[in-house]
Design a protein around this ligand. Structure first.
Ligand SMILES: [Zn+2]
Length: 86
């Protein structure tokens, strides 16, 4: 993945350092929402591959809604002991 540093600034916004998409200046995250989710997903994926956890554990560990974790699972993002997730 291409990275652009440092973050570019413009009058009415700035750009996501990951994908270059413009994000509102007021947006607090470092990267745009899409990249944040991608990054979070990668962390979660790595986490569940290296830990013996349930969907609830993942939600707690990363502070994300259980519904989102389950949504990822239902969409096939994770292939991991499906019987343990519910
Ligand atoms: Zn981005």
């Amino acid at each position: 993945m291409k990275r652009r540093f440092p973050m570019e600034e413009e009058n009415n916004g700035r750009y996501c350092p990951q994908c270059g998409q413009r994000v509102p200046r007021t947006y607090r995250g470092e990267t745009c929402p899409a990249c944040e989710e991608e990054e979070l997903y990668q962390k979660v994926k790595n986490y569940i591959q290296t830990h013996d956890v349930t969907a609830m554990d993942v939600a707690d560990e990363f502070g994300i809604p259980l519904a989102q974790v389950k949504d990822w699972i239902e969409n096939g993002y994770f292939v991991y002991r499906k019987d343990q997730w519910y």
